[in-house]
Design a protein. Structure first.
Lengths: 69, 143
């Protein structure tokens, strides 16, 4: 299962997603691992995860050719 | 008030199972299940909660990402108590991770023939189990 698939799996399970956040950074570790292994579809993740992550996702280099301002 | 997510996090922390391992395991194609190694003091303890299954299975997700089984709980509640039983199962168990994915269905299907063939089971329990199995979608697993 790829790191991106794991993020998608978390997006489909609010309890697991919140548990990942409660685990002191498990979610961000997964996000970081996904960033290094493949391109993350920013819009998909923004739609899937809570609004509070939008600022974080905005700050990362997500889609191809897009960089942090 | 502890939320379900917080309880899951506490269980995972206690059992040293990472979210990455859990997500991999929830998506695994594992279809056969060995017994939990004794002593069962490591890994994530879990229980299945398929509302239309007459049995529940407990076990542990090992640090290696493999699901192992320890006990099978056969409900002997009368049929009219089924709704109350399901409601009780909906409450969060603080000590067990409740599986809500497809892997639990594979566990149930793996265990049912073995439970039915268990000669140590009391006749009255077997009768209730067979009746409830026949009324469930898992009835075909014993034919």
């Amino acid at each position: 299962m790829s790191e991106l698939d794991k993020l998608r799996r978390l997006a489909a399970s609010p309890e697991l997603y919140r548990a990942a956040l409660a685990l002191g950074g498990e979610f961000y570790r997964l996000l970081g691992a996904a960033r290094t292994s493949e391109e993350i579809p920013a819009a998909e993740l923004k739609a899937a995860f809570a609004r509070d992550l939008e600022s974080l996702l905005d700050g990362l280099r997500l889609d191809s050719g897009r960089t942090t301002p | 008030v502890t939320t379900e997510a917080e309880q899951i996090a506490q269980l995972m922390k206690r059992s040293k199972i990472s979210m990455s391992v859990l997500l991999d395991a929830l998506s695994s194609e594992q279809s056969t299940f060995a017994a939990v190694d004794e002593p069962a003091d490591s890994g994530l303890p879990f229980i299945t909660r398929l509302v239309d299954s007459p049995i529940q299975v407990t076990g542990r997700l090992g640090l290696d990402g493999v699901w192992r089984l320890s006990t099978c709980v056969v409900s002997v509640a009368a049929e009219h108590e089924a709704d109350a039983e399901i409601n009780a199962a909906d409450s969060i168990d603080e000590d067990l991770f409740v599986i809500v994915d497809g892997i639990d269905e594979r566990m149930i299907k793996f265990v049912i023939p073995r439970v039915v063939a268990d000669e140590a089971m009391a006749d009255e329990v077997r009768a209730v189990l067979l009746r409830r199995l026949a009324a469930s979608r898992f009835g075909s697993t014993i034919h």
